[in-house]
Every structure is written in structure tokens, then in C-alpha cells.
Design a protein around this ligand. Sequence first.
Ligand code: PMP
Length: 353
Amino acid sequence: MSRYFSSKYEKLTPYVPGEQPKDMKYIKLNTNESPFPPSEKAVKAAAEEALNLRLYPDPELTALSRSFASAYGVGERNVIFSNGSDDLLNFAFMAFCDNETGAAFPDITYGFYPVFAEFNNIDYKEIPLKDDFTIDIEDYKGLKRTIFIANPNAPTGIALAPEEIEKIIIANPDNIVVIDEAYVDFGAESCVPLTEKYDNLLVIGTFSKSRSMAGARLGYAIGNEELINDLNTIRFSTNPYNINRMTMAAGIGVLEDPEYTKNNCLTIIKNREYTVNELKKLGFTMTDSRANFVFARKPEVSGEKLYLELKKRGVLVRHFAKDRIDDYLRITIGTSDEMKSLVDAVRIILEEM
Ligand code: PMP
């Protein structure tokens, strides 16, 4: 740390993204990316838009908002975009939390939430998940805090039904409930329809996973117009050009290709079922994941050791050195060949042990 670094941030522990080692070619199952290329329509639109890079992008994101609103059945004024959904999550902490209103989220969830809370100097409460890693919605009633719930949750993949989330929204009428739907397209049910009914619900999502656009960085939030205006106040006060021209064009392109996205999601779900079944045969236990990853452990086998052995064999998965989940691996679902390689590598490692 330099002696010039603001004391505001000196205690900040930054988020650690999944590793991207360059020493060999890995089967990369550690950051929940899509194994499929982006839609050809997205690629073509982005390439054409490259010719216009001399010009700033449209800060109102008019064309993207129009396409998105029609695809999601929401109003154009009910949506905002950001440079990856991480940015919008941060905006939500900035906009809807302060000295009086802290944040609350599960103890096991997306690791960026506590970082955003600390970055914004917001008091936060981590609410323990039950032993089976499910949420007890009673814990979220009348909290008087801004609530952040990833649904499906990460890294467990477990999803709550919208009816359950609705109970949390109703029980916190004076606070915002943020539902992070980064993984919703892989078999969970979206809360977007509830945004019409409740002005304290904000749904955040991303084009990074089901739409194969992690590298383009495109996130969105859907909610009541006033909430979106608040988030736009933050956006226009930090970076009104937060979505670049090529990303905007790619976003419109992929929205014009819903069949492609749907088929990729179906393939991921099929490959997830295969992985779950094969790992079960090898003695693993897993959560009921509705995401593009599984969360698995083998009793009596160290999660860290398994992670390191897989890495040695060229398969990258995610291990969290964190209480309660230390023995679990989060394994992204890739192509069927990738999942066969993963299962084979695990089998060999267990035999050698
Ligand atoms: N929410 C959750 C639960 C995630 O796992 C991720 C991906 N790391 C994100 C949000 C952010 O995704 P992105 O910034 O790529 O849109």
C-alpha cells in the first residue's frame, strides 16, 4: 500500500476472481462461464459496430433497452444496464444502503456482497443458511436492512421459489430486496414478474452466463421506475458510458437469438444431470443445483486436496477456503466432453488415494 492510499480503503480486502493460470491449457470449470461461443448474431452485430468506435455510445442505451424490454415483457423505463452485473450490485449497495440502513445476506453466498458492503462502509449482517444450505425465510422477515439474495444461490446452486421470495418482500415493506438472478436461466424461476407488483423489489441479472457473454460485461436490473432512476443517478454520476458500443450491439444481437440461448441452457441442464449422476456413483453428495455448476463433496476427502489434484491434471474447479464449505468443490458445467474428462480425472484421483 502506498502512503497516499486513502485511509478509507486501507482495511479493504478485495474480491478474488477465479484464477486464470497461463502455464498450461486447462479445462476451465472454475468461473461459471458458458462453454459455448456467443450467438453468431451477437458476434456479427459487435463486429459491425466496431466501425463506430470513434463515437461515444448512447448513454440512454435506447436500442438495447427497447430490445430488452420487449424480450422480458417489462417497460423500457424499468431497466438499467451496467458493465457486468457486479457493477449494478455495487450501485445497489451505494443507492439503497447507508449509515441507517445496513445490508443483510446469507453467510454462504456470492463473495462480492461483503466486499461491496465494506467498500461502501455499510454495516452488514450475514445470516446463516440452514445445515442443508437452504434459506429459512423466517430469518429475513422485518430485518430493516437491504436484503441481497442470489437466486439460485452461489456457490450452492439452491433456488427459492418466487412465492417464498414474495413472502420476504412483503415482510420488508420499507426496505429493498435485491434478487441476484445471475444463474436463473438454468432451471430456476425468475422474480421479474413480481417487479410489477412490488416497488421494493430489484432483480439483477447478467448476460455473462446463459448468453455466453462474460467477456462483453453486460448486466441489468429490473424494477420500479423510481428505483431505476435512483440507480441511474449513481450511473450518471460515475460513468454514463458504462456500456460500450460493441457490447450494446452484441446484447441486442443475442436477444434476437432466443432459441440459441434456450438450447444452450438445455444442454447445460443435461450435462449437469450427467455430472450429478456420475459424481454420485463416485460417492459424492451434492446440493440440488439449479445453476450452471454443481456444489459437491466427497465425505472424508479434503476439498482442497481434490482441487489441487484436479488442477495438476489440467482441470480447474473452484474451492473456497471458508468455514462450512471447505470440503466442497464448485464445478462449472461445461460441454459433455469436458464433464467426461472431469469425471475421469476424479475417478483416477480417488483410485490413487
Ligand atoms: N452474481 C453472482 C451470484 C455471480 O456468481 C456473478 C459472477 N461471478 C455475478 C453476479 C457477476 O456476474 P457479471 O459481473 O459477470 O455479470
